[in-house]
Design a protein around this ligand. Structure first.
Ligand code: TRP
Ligand code: SF4
Length: 403
C-alpha cells in the first residue's frame, strides 16, 4: 500500500542552462526523468535564475541554452504529455516564496551549506561573494516547496540542498502552522471522516504519539489521504495534528538520490563541459567518430603489438556502458594479448553511441524545425506550474499575515 500523501508523490527537478547537454546528462539525469514521469506527476524546469547566480556577467549563454535545453529534454524522451516543462523565471512565485522564506532562514544555515564554500573555491575566476549566490540553496528550496514536491531527483552534490529545504519547511510550519483554534479545527475535521474512520484515526494517532509506532503513522496517513470529503486545508491540519505538530503548510520533501552515472568522459574522467571531454547530444556522426578515434587508450600500447590492460583505458569504460558480455570478453582478451588493435576495439562503442543518439537527434531536429511547437509546450508547462504555485503562495501569504 502506498502511504505517502498524494502531494508527496509530486516530483520536481531543475537543471541550469549553461550549455549544450551531453551524454553525461543523458545517462546521469534525463533517462531517470524519463522513467519517473510514468510513475509520478513530474515538474521539470529550466533553472535560469540559478544559472544567473554564477553567470551573471554573461547572461547571453542562459537565454541561448534555455531553449536548446528544452529541446534536448524533449529529444531524450521527456514527454510534455506526462510532465510539466517550464522556465523558472516565468513563474515569479518562486521568487516571492524565496523572499518570504529568506525572512525565517538563519544566515548560518546558508553559510554552512557545503556547496557555498566549495563552489567559491572551485570557480575562483568568478566573484561569488554575492547575496544571490549565498541564497542559491534557498531559491532551490522555494523551487521545491512552491510545488509541495515530495520527491526531488538530484545527484549526491545536491542532497544538502534538499536537507536545507526540509529544515526551512519545518521551521516555516513551526512558526506559521499555528492557528487559533487549531486543536478544535483538527478535532472537528476528524469527525467529518465518519464514526468508524474517526475512531481508527484517533487510535492510530495515539499509538504513534504515545508509543512512536511508525506503522500506525503510515496507516493513519493513508486513511487520511483516502478521505473524499475532507478539504485540503483540513488535511494539512490533520497531517500536522497526527504528528503532534501544527498545520503542515509546506511538506518536507525527500531527495531521490540519482546514482552517479557510469558515463565517463572521453579522457576517462567524469564527463563535464569544464573538462572538455564531452560528447554532446547534438554532435554530428562525424564529430562523434573523430572524438572517439582520438580518445586516449592504455599508454602501454605504444605499438599495435604491445599488450595492454583495459583497466587503464577510458575506452573500456565506454564498453562497460555500451557493450554486451561477449564484446567485453573480446576486449579483455584481445587487449591483454595484443590480439586486437585499439582502432578495432573502439568500433563497437562508436557504433553504439551513434545508434543511441540517432533517435534523439531525429527528435531534436523535429523540434528545432518547429520552434512554435516548443514554445507551445513551454507556455503550457509554465501555465500549469503557475496554477500550482499560485495556490501555494496564497496559503503562504495568508499564514504569514499578508493580505
Ligand atoms: N541546483 C541544481 C543543480 O545545480 C538545479 C536546481 C535548481 C534544482 N533548483 C532545483 C534541482 C530544484 C532540483 C530541485 O543541479
Ligand atoms: Fe583500450 Fe581497447 Fe586499446 Fe585495450 S584495446 S587499450 S581496451 S582501446
Amino acid at each position: 500500500m502506498n502511504t505517502v500523501p498524494a502531494q508527496h508523490q509530486r516530483v520536481l527537478s531543475g537543471m541550469r542552462p549553461t550549455g549544450l547537454l551531453h551524454l553525461g546528462h543523458y545517462h546521469g539525469v534525463l533517462k531517470n526523468w524519463v522513467n519517473l514521469q510514468h510513475e509520478y506527476e513530474c515538474f521539470f524546469f529550466v533553472a535560469d535564475w540559478h544559472a544567473l547566480t554564477t553567470e551573471y556577467e554573461n547572461p547571453g549563454i542562459i537565454a541561448e541554452s534555455s531553449n536548446d535545453m528544452v529541446i534536448d529534454w524533449l529529444a531524450a524522451g521527456v514527454s510534455p504529455g506526462a510532465s510539466k516543462i517550464f522556465i523558472q523565471s516565468r513563474v515569479p512565485e518562486h521568487a516571492e516564496l524565496h523572499l518570504l522564506l529568506s525572512m525565517i532562514t538563519p544566515l548560518g544555515w546558508l553559510e554552512r551549506v557545503p556547496t557555498f564554500k566549495d563552489q567559491q573555491a572551485k570557480l575562483k575566476e568568478k566573484d561569488l561573494a554575492t547575496y544571490g549566490f549565498l541564497g542559491y540553496p534557498l531559491l532551490q528550496s522555494a523551487d521545491i516547496l512552491v510545488y509541495k514536491a515530495g520527491q526531488v531527483p538530484v545527484g549526491e552534490d545536491q542532497v544538502a540542498h534538499v536537507e536545507l529545504t526540509r529544515e526551512v519547511a519545518r521551521r516555516f510550519n513551526h512558526i506559521y502552522g499555528r492557528e487559533i483554534g487549531f486543536e478544535e479545527k483538527a478535532e472537528s475535521a476528524i469527525s467529518k471522516m465518519g464514526k468508524k474512520n474517526a475512531k481508527m484515526f484517533r487510535e492510530y494517532r495515539k499509538s504513534y504519539q504515545e508509543q512512536g509506532d511508525a506503522q500506525a503513522l503510515d496507516v493513519a496517513r493513508a486513511l487520511l489521504e483516502s478521505q473524499q470529503n475532507i478539504s485540503i486545508g483540513d488535511k494539512e491540519r490533520l497531517f500536522g495534528y497526527l504528528e503532534g505538530a501544527g498545520k503542515i503548510i509546506l511538506p518536507e520533501p525527500k531527495a531521490l538520490l540519482t546514482k552517479a552515472s557510469k558515463m565517463p568522459g572521453l579522457d576517462g574522467q567524469k564527463m563535464s563541459k569544464s573538462y572538455r571531454n564531452t560528447i554532446a547530444l547534438r554532435d554530428s556522426t562525424d564529430d562523434i567518430e573523430k572524438k572517439m578515434r582520438t580518445m586516449p587508450t592504455d599508454p602501454a600500447r605504444v605499438r599495435r603489438t604491445d599488450p595492454g590492460d583495459p583497466k587503464n583505458c577510458p575506452v573500456w569504460q565506454f564498453h562497460e556502458v555500451y557493450s554486451d558480455e561477449q564484446t567485453c570478453e573480446w576486449v579483455q582478451e584481445g587487449c591483454k594479448s595484443a590480439g586486437i588493435g585499439c582502432v578495432e576495439c573502439k568500433q563497437p562503442v562508436i557504433d553504439a553511441v551513434i545508434a543511441e543518439l540517432k533517435p534523439i537527434q531525429e527528435r531534436a531536429k523535429e523540434y528545432i524545425d518547429d520552434p512554435s511547437a516548443v514554445k507551445a509546450i513551454v507556455d503550457e508547462g509554465c501555465e500549469a506550474a503557475r496554477d500550482v504555485a499560485r495556490d501555494t503562495l496564497e496559503e503562504v501569504r495568508k499564514a504569514m499575515g499578508l493580505g
